[in-house]
Design a protein around this ligand. Structure first.
Ligand code: SAM
Length: 463
């Protein structure tokens, strides 16, 4: 197995001096396991009732916990609660980014480099389904991991795009209250978690990443409204990618300044001198998360604010294609026996080809941007029938469904359902929400006491 690269140690020894031994020792310990609960679905009381091994609160994230590794990350990744979007397994340090961004319900928020979705799911929970979250990922393969994780999360105010920061900046100037740039980096903070990070690291990677981060940040700056916030984070220690990138950004973007974050008390400050900046340079107000000082991996966070200024031009609205009356009727006709309340808002329905969506509020014109999901995907019109999407099931709770199939996590039927097998369940014929402990897990269709499995084929488990 690849070890931690020697030139990395040499550099860190030089930077940290007497503190280096503590870092080196921490990097030889196993990584910390973290879990963040989905506050769109569970509250603190419910979390306390879940059978998790030895949860300890993460001080900077109310929904975050570290847990004992006895049960292991792998088992928790396969637990039915994971399939129901009740939690996300995440390094506790990574939980600080969305907390630092502190999006408010109703705001317009962009996660510019969002896959696989750790920060995006967290931002979505903090926004509580109010306002607009655009989750963008440039990589056409990784964007589908993002879509899958966000679908499980069950937020209803998210648009997923697959484009470059440059394209978005040209299309949506000054549009967002908050832009998060969780930048691609050399990954030194992930060394003890990821063999790939150790194997891929080399000094030239650090230099290349710093250049790319500078370009991404410049585009991100265009996207922030006057008075809005720009949050930059990396999971690396190298000063070039952290204080260095932010120092250069501030030099070239006079309308931004670093703003104090309420999270500062938990973390170490940035060190401007490591990037050849004067000791009193504003980058000392950035935050460094060190694995030898806290329970988590290595991270860096800078919260920047754009100066107030004249409001940017109002953008055109999204090219909203309202479904025809018959489509609306078909969807409502499906919902009537299946659900006891209509979960969507009629005025925000949008039809794209045969797929029905609910658009988030205030969605701007995205013509020319590669769209993966314009909004909350509700279902598909098939030969004039409405067929519900998996995304719809993942936003529902048992109280909203008529005649659901209620399963418990350890029930053999739950594992069978996740493998795509038929279930036995008495009740009226028709579509049924399958739940685990009351949380929507997927759909089934009951005929004569047998429930045909509609769990998506691509998600079915083989064992
Ligand atoms: N925010 C994600 C999360 O919390 O799960 C992790 C993001 S990861 C650190 C950085 C992402 O930036 C990767 O998904 C990568 O594909 C993307 N990326 C790579 N080059 C990029 C570029 N030039 N512009 C924007 N994003 C880029």
């Amino acid at each position: 197995m690849t070890g931690i690269p020697a030139p990395f140690y040499t550099r860190m020894r030089k930077l940290l001096g007497s503190e280096f031994a503590a870092l080196a020792e921490a990097l030889n310990r196993p990584p910390v396991h973290g879990v963040r609960f989905n506050t769109l679905k569970v509250d603190r009381e419910q979390i306390d009732r879940l059978e998790f091994p030895n949860l300890k609160p993460v001080p900077w994230c109310p929904a975050g916990f570290t847990f004992s590794t006895v049960a292991g990350d792998k088992r928790l990744g396969r637990h039915p609660y994971h399939a129901a979007g009740i939690y996300y397994l995440q390094d506790p340090s990574a939980m600080a980014v969305a907390e630092a961004a502190a999006p408010q319900p109703g705001e317009r928020v962009l996660d510019l480099a969002a896959a696989p979705g750790g920060k995006a799911t967290h931002l979505a929970s903090l926004m509580n389904n109010q306002g607009l979250l655009v989750a963008n990922e440039i990589n056409p393969r990784r964007v589908w991991d993002l879509a899958e994780n966000l679908e499980r999360w069950g937020a209803t105010n998210v648009t997923i795009t697959n484009d470059s920061p440059e394209k978005l900046a040209a299309k949506l100037p000054g549009f967002f209250d908050v832009v998060v740039v969780d930048a691609p980096c050399s990954g030194e903070g992930m060394f003890r978690k990821s063999a790939a990070a150790r194997a891929e690291w080399m000094p030239a990677l650090v230099t290349g990443c710093a250049l790319r981060q500078g370009r991404i940040l410049s585009d991100a700056a265009e996207l922030v409204r006057p008075g809005g916030r720009l949050v930059y984070s990396t999971c690396t220690f190298s000063p070039e990618e952290n204080e260095g990138v932010i120092g250069r950004f501030l030099e070239q973007h006079a309308q931004f300044k670093i703003t104090p974050s309420s999270l500062h008390e938990y973390f170490a400050p940035g060190n401007p001198t490591w990037a050849s900046l004067p000791p009193d340079h504003p980058t000392r107000h950035t935050m460094r998360l060190w694995p030898h000082r806290l329970q988590g991996e290595g991270h860096f966070i800078a919260v920047l604010q754009k100066k107030e200024g004249p409001p940017p031009a109002v953008l055109n609205a999204f090219d909203h294609h309202f479904p025809d009356k018959e489509t609306v009727h078909r969807a409502a006709e499906w919902a009537a026996p299946t659900l006891n309340t209509l979960p969507w808002e009629r005025q925000n329905l949008h039809l794209y080809k045969d797929q029905l969506y609910q658009l988030p509020q205030a969605l701007p014109d995205l013509t020319g941007v590669r769209l993966i999901r314009p909004g909350w995907w509700l279902g598909t019109l098939k030969k004039k029938r409405f067929e519900p999407s998996h995304s719809l099931a993942l936003t529902l709770k048992r109280e909203m469904a008529n005649n659901p199939v209620d399963l418990r996590p350890n029930d053999p039927q739950t594992a069978a359902y996740l493998r795509g097998e038929l279930l036995e369940s008495a009740g009226p014929d028709g579509w049924v929400l399958v739940t685990v402990d009351g949380f929507g897990l997927g759909w089934g269709k009951r005929v004569n006491g047998r429930v045909k499995n509609h769990y998506p084929k691509g998600l079915r488990r083989t064992s």
